[in-house]
Design a protein around this ligand. Structure first.
Ligand code: GDP
Ligand code: MN
Length: 388
């Protein structure tokens, strides 16, 4: 999970890394209030999950309220290489003497955390690595030992940080390393790490990627996901514990088990159709979960027909049938559904569907047959009225 700059800075502050004071804002009025609170001059910064915001016009200095209004108005709604700005971060502007670079990431090939430091900050680190590799210090850390103060000082020294701030840089590197380890990040990057005229060392930007597989150990961090920028249907799915990914087609898909759902996408594509989503109901989905899944699939207005492909294992096909029947009585969908039930309690499930005689539900025996049927129904105009 990638964090927005200001969320990354919250984690930085938690571990003793210096950051400027700031406030988030989602409207121009909020930006003006935030600026008054943090004190002028301020920087108005687009919060999107992509770098190079400065060059794109998404980072602007503002000396007074008029300038905050102007910049906030311009930046909100701005599209930065496909990322629309919904949130701003208003922070007290810093005076900058030098821009350094620091990061900690997981070097998988070395099976160790890697600390990188350079006095050539503020530009893409790939460019530094290419043009002046001698100016980029790469330092592997023994994960069991951690990053000691003397090691951090050696990194600052090797990278030729100004003599008088090497102590400050070392402290920043150690704090960044703590962020990396204690928050279970796979990347923690500061670009630029600035030196102020007062010779303070401070993180002016933050790029943090948290390890999704470790998030359950960090309940505080689970709320940091960028819900504003998520697809609203995907956001709802996450809340309901369903694995849903929106795709661009018109055939709604539900299956149980990621492997089965992926094969279902493949057979639908092979039959000439175009899937509208990936949706894994997971193992042991009960009737209620299935009803929620149907609601999710149908909330995508591009969907013209739906394919249920269930291979019962822990999931019982009769539960799936009950969920589908419940969904039909509540939502009364007018789209055709193709249902293939196989495995645990498949016969009971099919029997339930036969008894319910839901309009528009078409049973299929095999996956290939199901795919052909659903693609034809999605293409046909009167598919919705055909009774199963
Ligand atoms: P990025 O372009 O997405 O990497 O956004 P950054 O947060 O790194 O900001 C881009 C550039 O804006 C920085 O490299 C700085 O040169 C400049 N900048 C950001 N904040 C300040 C600030 O508080 N004061 C000054 N003078 N410049 C800033
Ligand atoms: Mn930056």
């Amino acid at each position: 999970m990638d964090l927005l700059e200001y969320q990354g800075k919250q984690l930085f502050a938690r571990h003793g890394l210096e950051v400027s004071r700031g406030r988030p804002a989602v409207t121009v009025e909020e930006a003006v209030e935030a600026a008054a609170e943090v004190g002028y001059p301020v920087v108005v910064k687009a919060q999107v999950l992509i770098g190079g915001r400065g060059k794109a016009g998404g980072v602007k200095l503002a000396a007074d309220e008029g300038e905050v209004r102007e910049h906030a108005g311009n930046i909100l709604g701005m599209d930065i290489r496909g990322h629309v700005v919904h949130t701003l971060w208003i922070e007290h502007a810093s005076d900058i003497s030098s821009e350094y670079y620091a990061s900690v990431l997981l070097d998988r090939s070395a099976k160790a955390p890697l600390v990188m430091f350079s006095v050539e900050g503020g530009i893409e680190i790939e460019q530094v690595a290419e043009e002046s590799p001698d100016k980029l210090v790469r330092w592997h850390v023994d994960a069991l030992e951690g990053l000691s103060h003397s090691e951090a000082l050696q990194i600052a020294n090797k990278g030729r940080a100004d003599q008088d701030v090497q102590e400050g840089v070392a402290k920043a590197l150690q704090a960044l390393y703590r962020v990396f380890v204690e928050e279970e990040a796979t990347l923690a990057e500061i670009n630029p790490l600035i030196v102020t005229p007062e010779r303070e060392v401070r993180a002016l930007d933050a790029k943090v990627t948290l390890d999704d597989n470790a998030l359950f150990r960090h309940p505080d961090n689970q709320d940091l996901s960028d819900t504003q920028n998520q697809d609203p249907i995907e956001r709802r799915a996450r809340q309901e514990g369903l694995q849903y990914v929106k795709l661009d087609g018109d055939v709604g898909i539900l299956g149980n088990g990621a492997g089965l759902v992926m094969s279902t996408l493949d057979v639908v594509a092979q039959a000439g159709g175009s899937p509208a989503n990936f949706l894994d109901a997971g193992g042991g989905a009960d009737a209620d979960k299935i009803r929620q899944a149907v609601e999710l699939i149908l909330s995508n207005s591009a969907v013209r027909a739906v394919l249920f492909n269930i291979f019962g294992g822990i999931t019982r096909c009769d539960e799936v049938a009950k969920g589908l029947i419940a969904a039909f009585s509540e939502i009364k969908p007018t789209l055709p559904f193709v249902v293939r039930l196989d495995g645990t309690n498949a016969e009971e499930g099919r029997e339930l569907l036969r008894e319910a005689a839901l309009a528009g539900v078409h049973p299929a025996r095999t996956m290939d047959e199901a795919a052909e049927m659903v693609v034809a129904l999605a293409a046909g105009s009167n598919g919705a009225s055909v009774a199963g």
